[in-house]
Ligand binder design. Sequence first.
Ligand SMILES: NC(=O)c1ccc[n+]([C@@H]2O[C@H](COP(=O)([O-])OP(=O)(O)OC[C@H]3O[C@@H](n4cnc5c(N)ncnc54)[C@H](O)[C@@H]3O)[C@@H](O)[C@H]2O)c1
Length: 431
Amino acid sequence: MKNICYVGGCGRLGMALATWSAHKGFKVHVSDVNEAAVESVNSGQFETIEPRVEEFVKSYAGKRLFATTDTEAAVAASQMSFIIVPTPSLEDGSFTVEYILEACGPIGAALAKKEEYHVVVIASTVMPGHTGGVIRETLEAASGRKAGEDFGLIYSPEFIRQGNIVYDFANPDQILIGQLDERSGAVARQYYESILERETEWRTMSLVSAEIAKIGLNASVVTKLAIANQLAWICQSYPGASSKDVLESIGADNRIGKKYLSAGPIWGGPCFPRDTRALVRAAEIAGATAPVAAAVDSFRDEQTENLARLVMDTIDDNTVTILGLTYKPGVDIVEESAGGALKMALDTRGCQTTACDPAVTVNYDLSAAVAASGTCVLMTPWPEFKELEKMDLSDKTVIDVWGFFDPEKLDCRRYLRVGEAGEIVHALAGE
Ligand SMILES: NC(=O)c1ccc[n+]([C@@H]2O[C@H](COP(=O)([O-])OP(=O)(O)OC[C@H]3O[C@@H](n4cnc5c(N)ncnc54)[C@H](O)[C@@H]3O)[C@@H](O)[C@H]2O)c1
């Protein structure tokens, strides 16, 4: 297999996968409806914050990397096609499959004319049952061919972190292949074997199991985060309690483990919150229930309210600077971020807020942002914010949701670490 197609390949995930495959020697055909993005790839000038991607585009554009708006032609030129188009969340928590079905038209048209075996890989996040259901039916109708016989069909999600997509794609804990039939799975495995940088665990299963595993995994990670944060808020209410000590002890038990077990703000970004809600919806659709995932999701909002109350009870002059609007450092994504949610909650309470973020604030000026308010709340642990440890903050309060600062180094009037009950315990007591 030499030629791979990525439909929706100019997106955040798609371009990282496409360029890594080009780097590993594949001839890569990217198709996308975004004409400007297609042009920027072909001119070698594609811009993204994801490490290595710009450099790969520069190196391979026009040599092994070709972008087009013509999906049918890109699929026709390839032996395997990944579909990585958006699947935005609907009101009820489920993912829309609309863009995938749109893409199935030209993909089916190419399949109809193919003589060689072709595998279609769904990499977009979809609801359980969609790949083997409506996606399969649409591809079969558009191609006049039968999935599992005339062409292959796989659901294979990528377990990547934003800001590390290329690295995680090449070094995954597992490769998950939901397959309609064994031949499809074997072709997908052959592809993955040639792009991986290390040994991994291989899992093949039914399409629907893989679909549930993808959202179930993210819902499980946030459950662990919710447990850590729940303990932090409990410690917050007991004078002398330290969530750091409590969580270190709990994490030392190897049934639980230390990873993702520290107190922090709410989880955000384009996967965790929406995958949790989708799991709840998936349960409802099937007549089952997902009370744990539902509780974890509603606790997310409760935590923002807890923090907003704590901030309001702590400040004396009604002015707050929020440090960090992206959902984590190293990315430019503000979707469902803790900083954004806190800003909204404080604005609603009539607080005057200023926000500052190295990736998304126009004319980023940390000193000016800090000077603007009596209180700074650290919401995203960007290394840039360590500058506060060198500033004169003698008239400021600093609220640290991450335990990011060294309190010894902060020259501030008051320092509060959420989850470490000290003077701020009064803010929550009695509420
Ligand atoms: N970004 C991630 O880290 C990540 C991780 C896991 C899963 N996913 C899933 O992957 C999918 C894509 O995510 P993303 O973040 O890359 O989205 P994105 O919005 O950055 O990219 C999607 C791309 O698809 C293109 N597109 C839309 N409709 C198209 C069509 N009919 N034909 C061709 N191109 C089309 C868009 O122009 C865009 O360039 C989503 O389902 C998401 O949940 C993403």
